[in-house]
Design a protein. Sequence first.
Length: 281
Amino acid sequence: MPSIFSYQSAEVDWCEGNFERSAVIAEYYNTVSVGSSQGRLELLWDIRWDGTSFSFLLLTLLGFLVLEVPWSERQGGVGSKVGLDLRGIFSMYFHMTLSYVGQLLDELSILWTLAVAYSFWYPQAYFPKFIKTRRHFYWLTGITSVISTLMSFVKPTLNAYALNCIAFHLLYLTWRELKKCNDKRVHRMAAVMVMWWVLAITSWISDRWLCWLWQAINFPYFHSFWHVLIALSLLYCCPLVIYFNVSYEMPSFKPKLEYWPSDSWPVVVPYVTLEEPHKQC
């Protein structure tokens, strides 16, 4: 019986051929795509206090969002950053080795990063009726995460499907918030986020279910596209989370979505400014 740390001991093997580009890296393009979109290449925030406004200017397009604004440092920003860093490292390790341990580390890092995000940023207005405080909600998400972690060992091949299903709940929450908001920029950003997510999940499903087709035409790289496309979706998702979080947690400010370097650029970085006293969106 092979060790759980052994190469190719995982229950999942993606469509890309193994060891075709390297004798050390099992899935070369899947590993590299993680490194470019989820690993060390992060979106950095420049936080500026303006006297009457916060301005959170993204410095670079490279990678994931680091939620290190003042209120998010109090509410899990550091935890989310660490979770995203570990998620990138573990995903690279998994695709490099296709080991059983790598698979579980990859999936569980996503689960616990989502648990941190839900714990600190899930709107209190959507709490179950039996949850009265944020502290109680911490316990709920913690217990749920522990149970989900234990269940992950039962049938690891189902973990990725279960984690992807969480996106439907996030989309539902976004839809609920958009119904209360008439800001065209918010709707535009949500539409772009959904577009990238649809392309990402289509790539993921294509790699999983149509591998025979892509191998037949010698193009088995759709899982690496998933890594890049889901990072782009999160690039728009995270400012939306901040925008809605400000509406609930900082009601004395009015959040506004902006684009860097300019609205007219074909590729932009969205960010949030907080300026005048908050009014109903």
